[in-house]
Design a binder for this molecule. Structure first.
Ligand code: AMP
Ligand code: MG
Length: 349
């Protein structure tokens, strides 16, 4: 049986102490961050970390992100960061940015999947920071969801799939950003390689004067035996059981709407649904297509907050196929499209 603590209004001191004790006993705690919910354990406790992999059904070769609440903790885990890495930390921590750093190999092998690097981030969420601080341990925490499913952005989405597997759930309401952190690695020429896009965008990193590259697997599937910079790229992610197809973004509403009209005409006897912009809902309803609105096309943050819970709704609609409207690949839109193209298993309309 798991316990639920409600921290939506405020962080309760006595309960925080119980959470910290549970972490120190090697337990699992689901807690909010500013990106998505995490399923966390003491990163220094090998047994506890293994429980995370079991609870999620996570492939053992996919390393975990280690969450810290202050820079002192960083010194124990990794070698001194370079000037470029320090600039990234100063600019974006606490925040939705994971930096892959050279590991001191103090953490158990399960955390790093035996790599010589470790992904570290300082989350920008008071509940998360308080839990880390109170436990006094770095906390290894992947997204709170069964592997392959969309990440959890509110407890109601993930409670049932995790309730028998974790000790404590901490409710902090719906998460602010809604998609996971940007993961990056700085190469020997001080170029920032984005391995997974997130809220901290190419534009944000360029603005602080650094050169940035997007890894090619952000929009492309990994071929068999192909080497990847980040193990997570290889794994199936976010895809509902229903067949889904991605509709590429256009500034012209009519271009997107006409493509859907044609698709509907060519698939007369199929039950079609769509995840669409608020602005397009009426047009699709008039075609007899079931709609889930994801937000306004001009508000990428709204879309980012809704994307995972909307993906979770698709299978309940009993469709033959679900179209998903894509967004413009700029700012956090790049990250949204990275998740959507995977949810659609690289099928584009
Ligand atoms: P999750 O915590 O489920 O959002 O996933 C964490 C992501 O970070 C996965 O895609 C991992 O493969 C990636 N990651 C974590 N540690 C490393 C590392 N040391 N090197 C490269 N990628 C990493
Ligand atoms: Mg995940």
């Amino acid at each position: 049986m798991s316990t639920l603590y409600d921290f939506k209004e405020n962080i309760k001191k006595e309960e925080l102490k119980k959470i910290a004790d549970k972490i120190n006993e090697g337990g699992l705690v689901v807690f909010p961050t500013e990106t998505v919910y995490g399923i966390g354990a003491d990163a220094t406790n090998s047994k506890a970390v293994k429980k995370i992999f079991e609870a999620k059904g996570r492939p053992q070769d996919n390393p975990l992100i280690v969450h810290i609440s202050n820079l002192e903790m960083l010194k124990d885990i990794v070698y001194a960061p370079t000037e470029t890495e320090k600039l990234l930390m100063d600019s974006f921590w606490p925040g939705p940015l994971t930096i892959i750093l050279k590991s001191k190999k103090i953490l158990p092998e399960a955390v790093t999947a035996k790599l010589d690097t470790v992904g570290v981030r300082m989350p920008d969420n008071d509940i998360a920071l308080n839990i880390i601080e109170a436990s006094g341990k770095p906390i290894a925490a992947p997204s709170a969801n069964v592997s392959g499913k969309p990440s959890g952005t509110e407890l109601s989405d993930i409670y049932n799939e995790l309730k028998d597997k974790v000790d404590i759930f901490v409710d902090g309401g719906k998460t602010n950003i809604g998609i996971e952190s940007t993961v990056l690695k700085v190469d020997e020429n001080n170029v920032v390689n984005i391995l997974r896009p997130g809220k901290i965008s190419v534009e944000d990193i360029t603005k602080i004067g650094l050169e940035v590259k997007l890894d090619k697997h952000i929009f492309e599937d990994v071929k068999e035996n192909e080497k990847v910079e980040s193990p997570g790229m290889k794994h199936r992610h976010y895809a509902p059981n229903t067949k889904t197809i991605l509709l590429e973004y256009s500034d012209e509403d009519s271009i997107m709407i006409n493509k859907v009209k044609e698709f509907k005409r060519n698939n007369e006897n199929k039950k079609i649904g769509i995840i669409c912009f608020n602005e397009h809902e009426e047009a699709y309803k008039n075609m007899g297509i079931m709609c889930i609105t994801i937000g306004s096309k001009s508000n990428l943050m709204e879309i980012s907050r809704n994307v995972f819970s909307d993906l979770r709704k698709i299978d309940d609609m009993d469709l033959d196929i679900c179209i998903i409207e894509g967004v413009k690949k700029e700012y956090i839109g790049t990250a949204i499209m990275n998740r959507l193209i995977r949810a659609c298993e690289y099928k584009i309309l």
